[in-house]
Design a protein around this ligand. Structure first.
Ligand code: OGA
Ligand code: MN
Length: 289
């Protein structure tokens, strides 16, 4: 059993992100170690654990310390990977990959960049946490960016905070990854949900801005033009460089984030290169202001 004394928490930026050193996720972790990680996670929003050699079961065992493992919300059969080492049918695991076998994707989220988003923000109960483990990586690119949305909330003017207090916004599932949903389309086939614009984190009790460019599409109770103008401002504040941590992946990295107080995005990478991350998530709860 690893000793909590061996664990070190090293901030990766002044905005969010901390590396946890001295843990081996292939082994069972003590309660003291898990508690230390929980506290680091509350403080830093995104945790990074490098140089891990873990199989799927070990990843799920680690994640399960932080709550009930979520099942994929969409199209599990269509997204089940179809081949050899990356064969995947467990509903608690999603492969994030651009790899194709016989012309068919083995995973989700394909090639290219992804706009900032909250995972399953379109659901009534968005995931509390998401975990990614790097299995195959391109030489460069495909970095994951995280933003501290407590800071984004704090950066809003008093007037904006007052204006949006008590308001909800519509989050719509968007599978295109770098485009907004057309509000004129029929939304009945797209999962969607209204969440408060400001979310109070159940543990830290801090308020964050709960809005993202990819899926937050409309503020309830405002004329469309005003909603559009305000949302554009909110996206920009959330994506300010001064709130970001950019993760450059290395093989064996585990990166996990708290979806209630961060948004994340992905930078472009060469589609001729293979990228494969193993993902799992923890079920969440309704969001309250
Ligand atoms: C995700 C995600 C980003 C990436 O798995 O939810 O947004 O870098 N992934 O692939
Ligand atoms: Mn995501």
């Amino acid at each position: 059993m690893q000793d909590v004394m061996d664990i070190e928490v090293k901030p990766l930026s002044s905005n969010c992100g901390a590396e946890i050193l001295g843990v081996d996720l292939s082994k069972e972790l003590s309660k003291a170690v898990i508690d230390k990680i929980k506290q680091a996670w509350l403080d830093h929003l995104v945790i990074v654990i490098r140089d891990q050699k873990i199989d799927q079961e070990q990843q799920l065992r680690f994640a399960a310390h932080f709550g009930p493992l979520g099942e994929r919300k969409k199209a599990p059969d269509a997204l089940a990977a179809r081949t050899e080492g990356i064969y995947q049918t467990d509903k608690r695991v999603l492969l994030v990959s651009n790899i194709k076998v016989d012309g068919k994707s083995v995973g989700a989220f394909g090639d290219g960049d992804m706009w900032f988003h909250i995972d399953s923000g379109y659901a009534e109960k968005p995931y509390n946490y998401t975990f990614l483990y790097a299995v195959e990586l391109p030489k460069t690119g495909g970095n994951t960016l995280f933003s501290n949305m407590y800071n984004a909330y704090n950066a809003l003017s008093t007037e904006m905070k007052q204006k949006l207090a008590g308001k909800k916004a519509l989050h719509i599932h968007e599978y295109k990854r770098s485009e907004r949903v057309d509000l004129k389309e029929d939304l009945s086939g797209s999962p969607h949900y209204f969440h408060p614009v400001f979310a109070t984190h159940p543990q830290t009790k801090r308020k964050s801005l709960f809005v993202d460019r990819l899926m937050t599409r409309r503020i309830e109770g405002l004329p469309l033009a005003e909603s559009e103008a305000i949302l554009e401002q909110l996206y920009e504040i959330g994506e300010r460089k001064e709130f970001l941590y950019e993760h450059e992946w290395r093989l064996g990295d585990v990166v996990a984030w708290d979806n209630r107080c961060t948004i994340h995005a992905r930078t472009w990478f060469d589609p001729a290169e293979r990228r494969l991350l193993r993902r799992c998530a923890i079920d969440g709860a309704p969001i309250y202001e």
